[in-house]
Design a binder for this molecule. Structure first.
Ligand code: AN0
Ligand code: CP
Length: 321
């Protein structure tokens, strides 16, 4: 495995889920694979789960992690090509990437969407420079358009908790005070489309996800209707993906608090589990009552972040042996 961005990169999903179950049961069984190997974890943005779960997974595999916070521990890096570097950025990615690559065997990168230039973001300009100039296997730790480690952990969690062979899974938009990327819902949609689930997306008009991720998923604009009979509710805010109106890309189109997931909506589900990738804003995205209920999976879901990235690292290490 040379890169981990898309659901396709993991291959057969039932095999990946079996491997995840094995990794979860015996996390230290592959410690020999990472001996004398180093993974560079590069963060352009904040993180709690991704940073810690990546470090933990690396340790489980006997691998050394090096964490770099760009702009705090390092120089500020220029990401655009052909610019006159007379601003506050002291170094270009073009040099920084091969330098970082020379110190490690695998590179993992968190680089959020800027939400200003849709073409720059949707071309995965930053992550693709890592692929092009590192010569090393590259993992997205949430890049401009995808968060595959999260979506894989979400799928593992759904597999563990599902009560029927083909559960109904609903991705719902919810309000948030700041403009957020589309990476989490994009990947969740992509992975759910590939999994054996009945998948429905609900959001206010204008929040349509890019078709390359939403595929043929059913979209229901009436949140209550979408929730009927659901087994899993996956809440997330995202800013305007700019599919129908490119000029609205990255904007907040709605702060409608009637979309906050609460007891009213959960009442029409099939006693659904509640999921969110975290960090979550209580009583904006979800009511205290729903996130504190026994049906909330947010903690086991976060715990599975170690499992998902460990499977990815393990496969990359196997390919390097
Ligand atoms: C980020 C986002 O929505 O993409 C990270 C989520 C894993 N969330 C925030 O910035 C609050
Ligand atoms: N879910 C997730 O990726 O969390 P962090 O942003 O804290 O890493």
């Amino acid at each position: 495995m040379r890169k981990f961005f898309d659901v396709n990169d993991i291959g057969d999903l039932s095999k990946a889920l079996e491997e995840a179950a094995q990794v979860k049961k015996t996390p230290f069984a592959w410690k020999h694979l990472g001996m004398d190997k180093t993974i560079m974890l590069v963060f352009f943005n904040s993180s709690l789960r991704t940073r810690l779960s990546s470090q933990k997974a690396a340790y489980n595999l006997g691998m050394n992690p090096i964490v770099l916070n760009i702009g705090q521990d390092s120089w500020k890096l220029e990401t655009e090509m052909g610019v006159v570097m007379d601003g506050d950025k002291s170094e270009h990615l073009r040099e920084a990437i091969p330098v970082m690559a020379s110190y490690c065997d695998i590179i993992a990168v968190r680089s959020f969407a800027g939400l200003c230039d849709r073409d720059f973001d949707y071309a995965e300009t930053v992550l693709n420079q890592f692929v092009q100039y590192s010569g090393k296997p590259v993992i997205s730790l949430e890049s401009a358009t995808v968060h595959p480690c999260q979506a894989f952990a979400d799928l593992i969690t759904i597999e563990e908790y599902k009560k029927t062979a083909r559960p109904k899974v609903v991705l719902t938009w919810a309000p948030h005070p700041k403009a957020l990327p589309q990476a989490v819902p994009n990947s969740f949609a992509q992975w759910m489309n590939a999994a054996d689930v009945d998948f429905v997306i609900t959001h206010p008009e204008g929040y349509e996800l890019d078709p390359r991720f939403a595929g043929n998923a059913r979209v229901e604009y009436d949140q209550m209707k979408a929730f009927e009979g659901a087994d899993f509710i996956y809440a997330k805010n995202w800013s305007c993906p700019g599919v129908t109106r490119p000029q609205d890309y990255g904007k907040i189109l709605s702060k409608d608090m009637s979309w906050t997931v609460g007891d009213r909506q959960m009442a029409v589900t099939n006693d659904a589990y509640f999921m969110h990738c975290l960090p979550v804003r209580r009583n904006m995205i979800v009511s205290d009552s729903v996130i504190d209920a026994p049906t909330s999976l947010v903690i086991p879901e976060a715990a599975n972040r170690v499992v998902s990235i460990q499977v990815v690292m393990k496969r990359m290490l196997e390919a390097l042996q």
